[in-house]
Design a protein around this ligand. Sequence first.
Ligand code: ZN
Length: 288
Amino acid sequence: MKPDRPDHSAPLDAAERQAVLPVICYPVDSLPRPDLQALRAARVGWTLTDRVLVPPRDARCFVVPAGHFFRITSIDGPQVGDLNLWSHDLSERFYSGKTRALHGTHLSSGDRLWSNFPTLRPLATITDDTLDWYGFDSFGGGVHDVIGTRCDPYTHNLLSDGGQYHHCCHSNLTRALARFRGLPLHEAESHVHDVLNVFMCTGFARDTGQYFMKASPVRPGDYLEFLADTDLLGGLSACPGGDCGGEHSSDSAACYPLLVEVFRPGTVPEGWAPSRANRYDRGHGLTD
Ligand SMILES: [Zn+2]
């Protein structure tokens, strides 16, 4: 955090330097925008092919074939979910940092969930978001962030004087992946990564820059919907923080299940094709 009283005095031209206008790091004008109308049209006549209930303070894995939709729905009460995505190969996974750099701190319809290097391609496209009305509130908070990481037992241990808690999203996702893929626990843990915080309402405090959360505006019936741009394995944890309006990393919050549904569209969405790996040649200048 920035000090209240800096050790170094400001230079004479400090105001001038601070007044320099920012530029967007990654303008996305050159990225093709998904045709949401065409994608949504493919929902007509779709067929439910899988339904996975994620219990409170636990996680489940689910499979989504390329070109299928999946929906995460709040069902019994306000609940936040931590989402991991992998392609069929667990080494290719959701890259929240680059997704944030491209689409901003909080995602909504039309944004894509990008994978790590060297593929850096869309794993999924958000096709519908019933909380898109929320925008940014007066605190700078928004929903569906890619600025947090996931609640985890290591940070809890650091901040709680040695506490041991086993139902943080990190552990929930680790157990779910271990069971689903038949992996040793610690091997599964190495594949768990930074999440999309589904339904979570977060931001950065304007005075200190600290990451904050507040009670999610999600209500039963709200959903976030995606189209899989390649074959996917998903993991979703129903966060122990519930609506994340109080605390996480404990059993004190009211927690509810989340529903994941997978749909096969009646027709291939017009203009859609599976995403392909990034075309950088991976030379990295070694032979220059
Ligand atoms: Zn969590």
